[in-house]
Design a protein around this ligand. Structure first.
Ligand code: ADP
Ligand code: MG
Length: 632
């Protein structure tokens, strides 16, 4: 103890951290439609407190003392309008109380606060996505009194915390014999329903049926002189330890809500008991919604780890690869030592083989989900982009991951990603050995791209990849089902071997190409450094020009991605392809005025860039040229 702490005044009043006040305000606004969540959160905290005590008692048996039956005791007082929860878990010291119930300590929470927009409606939705925690008590209570004593302190070191949730709280050192925490909620007028023991019993069934801790509720006395007694309301048995066949879907769903602090049902789950060399039970869930911190480096992820039913830690990240960070669940191992630490988890063969087995389980679960088109579309919209990271991160499961990908395609006007690679392969033309794709910023740009002209004409399907990471992702995916991939905006395109195609005529004849030789030379001269090459196209039929990159040059998406990551790629000059069958190109060939030729050439180059969704280096120059051409 430092000097300052030992001199802490008996009772002091302190202000909540600004963020807490903001959070409280938001919470009351966002949870009024679902206020019962507070009880789930407080029970969950008591359950965490019991887990922590059990864990500390592994090495210090005396902490359990003569009070080894851990549990939660709830009672309501309808006349007083109060609801009281008591647990005999780990408890808190005075410093911990101030830290935990006055500030926002978790890094995830402050990240969350940074994400707030100030738009109350949007922010309210955001808060729903985030574990709501202790402060949710103020949704239903206008005064909360908490007394607590930490397991390893003396009765003289009890603490009383009190607040009305409006800016400040008080803390006081008190005498408290019992270990653990008692929370009394003075219910708001509008929340008096929570002083009704039937209502409370139902909520316990709903959210706490399967936490491994008994929840006792005081039943109202039947007769005047009878003493009301507590009874255990929940099953108090770890859900995952029960046989799969005995567990109802609703029970799985409720358990998910408990561990994930979610309001919504999970999309699917997978429950497995593994026996043999390694023994463990896993229960994995795909959430029904994406967490707010899905794309943040420090975002909360991982599974809840138990060893032989004893809770060890939350957010154990080592059991899932990064690209499956959205998976929630529980893992209960029989092989790991009870004193396993995060450090130990980082370098263990046992963990490695568990991780690879769990990864397969998770991918299989997602594969199964794909049978349900509607659910999978929902999944893919939320997590598809994260899953794509797996192609780079996990080459051993590339095939499995590739099967899970979905894209838009020229085969239909459906803008959503709904075509699987297997669908594409099934539709491939005779003689076609390549899966063709195009990347662009958005669906419209992709579907209108001049690069598609020849493919459309020949009836060859092209996948339209419009996620910002798609070009990057495709650099890791070399083949699928024995077929290679080609970006149709890069390198040479040759569809001549495709027999089944409706039109086997080349877009531009040999003769037309010959005749354009002089024009190609003239354009090269005129455009100079701006292009790598000018050549006659074999992929256009309607547009005058398009831009092409060499097979291994990074495209627009890749550049944007790298720049966003703070890396500037060296400039790559495009290849300008011209379509000699187009009247504009004809006009250009016949242009005698050199200045006008230069303007036309530059405009055609710029327009080819615009058609791809690119940006002009010098928009003002483009506008001046157009104006000159219009005036002539
Ligand atoms: P979270 O549970 O996600 O950490 P909460 O807002 O629910 O966030 O709780 C904040 C912290 O307060 C907890 O992490 C815990 O340290 C402490 N706490 C809350 N309730 C209890 C309790 N019943 N017993 C011991 N500690 C508690
Ligand atoms: Mg909590």
């Amino acid at each position: 103890m430092t000097m300052q702490e030992s001199l802490a005044p008996q009772k002091e009043t302190m202000g909540f951290q600004t963020e807490v006040s903001k959070l409280l305000h938001l919470m009351i606004h966002s949870l009024y439609s679902n206020p019962e969540i507070f009880l789930r959160e407080l029970i969950s905290n008591a359950s965490d407190a019991a887990d922590k005590l059990r864990f500390e008692a592994l090495s210090r048996q005396e902490l359990l003392a003569d009070d080894a039956e851990l549990g939660i005791w709830i009672d309501v007082d309808q006349d007083a309008g109060t609801l009281t929860l008591r647990d005999n878990g780990i408890g808190m010291s005075r410093d911990e109380v101030i830290q935990n119930l006055g500030t926002i300590a978790r890094s995830g929470t402050s990240e969350f606060m940074k994400n707030l927009t100030g738009d109350e409606k949007k922010d309210s939705q955001l808060i729903g996505q985030f574990g709501v925690g202790f402060y949710s008590a103020f949704v239903v209570a206008d005064k909360v009194v908490l007394t607590t004593r930490r397991a390893d302190t003396t009765a003289a070191e009890g603490v009383r915390w009190e607040s009305e949730g409006t800016g400040e709280f008080s803390v006081e050192t008190i005498e408290q014999v019992a270990r653990g925490t008692t929370i009394t909620l003075h219910l708001r007028e509008a929340s008096r329903e929570f002083a009704d023991s039937w209502r409370v019993r139902n909520i316990i069934h709903k959210y706490a049926e399967h936490i491994a801790l008994p929840v006792h509720l005081k039943a109202p006395a039947e007769k005047e002189d009878e003493v009301a007694a507590y009874e255990v309301v929940n099953q108090a048995k770890a859900l995952w330890s029960r046989p799969r066949t005995e567990i109802k879907d609703d029970e799985y769903k409720a358990f998910y809500k408990h561990i994930a602090h979610d309001f919504e049902d999970p999309l699917t789950w997978s429950h497995n008991k593994v026996e043999g060399k390694l023994e463990y039970t896993s229960l994995l869930y795909v959430p029904g919604r994406a967490p707010f911190d899905l794309y943040q480096r420090e975002g909360v992820r991982g599974l809840k780890l138990y060893v032989q039913r004893v809770f060890i830690m939350d957010d154990a990240e080592q059991f899932m690869p990064l690209y499956l960070r959205f998976i929630k669940g529980v893992i209960d191992s029989n092989d790991l030592p009870l004193n396993v630490s995060r450090e130990l988890l980082q370098s263990s063969d046992v963990i490695d083989s568990m991780k690879s087995a769990l990864t397969k389980r998770a991918l299989d679960m997602i594969t199964k989900l794909a049978d349900d088109k509607e659910a999978y579309a929902k999944f893919y919209a939320m997590f598809g982009q994260v899953l794509k990271e797996g192609l780079a991160e996990d080459s051993s499961n590339q095939e499995k991951i590739a099967k899970l990908l979905r894209f838009a395609s020229t085969a239909s006007d459906d803008q959503s990603a709904s075509v699987a690679l297997a669908d594409y392969v099934a539709r491939m033309k005779e003689g076609q050995n390549t899966i063709y794709f195009l990347t662009a910023d958005n669906y419209t740009t992709a579907s209108q791209s001049p690069h598609l002209e020849l493919f459309r004409k020949k009836g060859v399907e092209v996948l339209l990849l419009v996620d910002r990471i798609d070009e990057w992702m495709m650099s890791y995916l070399r083949e699928f089902d024995g077929k290679s991939f080609q970006h149709i905006g890069k390198g040479e395109v040759d569809l001549s071997a495709i027999n089944g195609a409706e039109d086997t005529e080349p877009a531009v004849s040999e003769e037309q190409t010959q005749q354009a030789t002089a024009l190609v030379e003239r354009l090269k001269q005129s455009l100079g450094e701006r292009v790598k090459e000018v050549r006659v196209t074999n992929r256009l039929s309607e547009s005058p020009t398009c831009l092409v990159l060499d097979a291994f040059d990074p495209g627009l998406q890749m550049r944007q991605l790298m720049e966003a990551a703070g890396q500037k790629l060296p400039d790559v000059k495009p290849i300008l392809e011209i379509n000699p069958t187009h009247s504009l190109i004809n006009q250009l060939a016949n242009e005698g005025d050199e200045a006008r030729f230069a303007d036309l050439a530059a405009v055609l180059l710029d327009q080819a860039a615009l058609a791809e969704g690119g940006q002009l280096e010098d928009p003002a120059a483009y506008v001046r040229r157009i104006q000159r051409l219009l005036q002539a």
